[in-house]
Design a protein. Structure first.
Length: 158
């Protein structure tokens, strides 16, 4: 009887430790945004399923995001391209977030190709819903803080 009790306590401690470590990693990943954020509102007239979308910040700087291949679907490798204008970027990431359902942490970091040009690969999971609304937020870290440009699009699962 004592052995069963010890096994259950050990299993509970291991599960609790795994949960704490997972939460710590998640919060550490989120902490790279910081608190000094300049954000634009999502642009309803632009749909990434049809082409590149552009966000304009109050200071006149711009961020353009394009994702291919189209149609954009889950579980398929995606080529992500970001172009910045009027921004001295230190890093560029794109945060994919499901608006209809929590799809987990997904924030690929893009590589600098040339001045103002960044690219990388990404993939997001498929959803059990027939239609899923996503928000792809371009996160540009600068010396002054983070500039965030959200873009929304829908996927349809076959």
């Amino acid at each position: 009887m004592q052995l069963k009790h010890t096994i259950w306590i050990s299993a509970a401690i291991i599960i609790l430790a795994a949960a704490v470590v997972t939460t710590a990693i998640y919060l550490w990943e989120l902490s790279d945004i910081g608190s000094d954020i300049t954000a634009t509102a999502p642009i309803p007239s632009c749909d990434l399923q049809h082409g590149a979308c552009q966000a304009l910040f109050p200071d006149g700087s711009q961020v353009t995001l394009s994702i291919s291949p189209r149609p954009i679907q889950g579980l398929k490798p995606l080529q992500i391209r970001v172009q910045t204008k009027g921004i001295e970027a230190q890093t560029v990431k794109v945060d994919f977030r499901g608006l209809d359902m929590n799809m987990g942490y997904n924030r690929p970091r893009l590589s600098k190709e040339s001045a103002g040009q960044y690219s990388g690969m990404g993939v997001f999971s498929a959803c059990i819903l027939e239609r899923m609304t996503w928000e792809a937020t371009v996160l540009v870290r600068t010396a002054e803080g983070v500039m965030a440009a959200p873009f929304r699009f829908e996927t349809i699962n076959p």
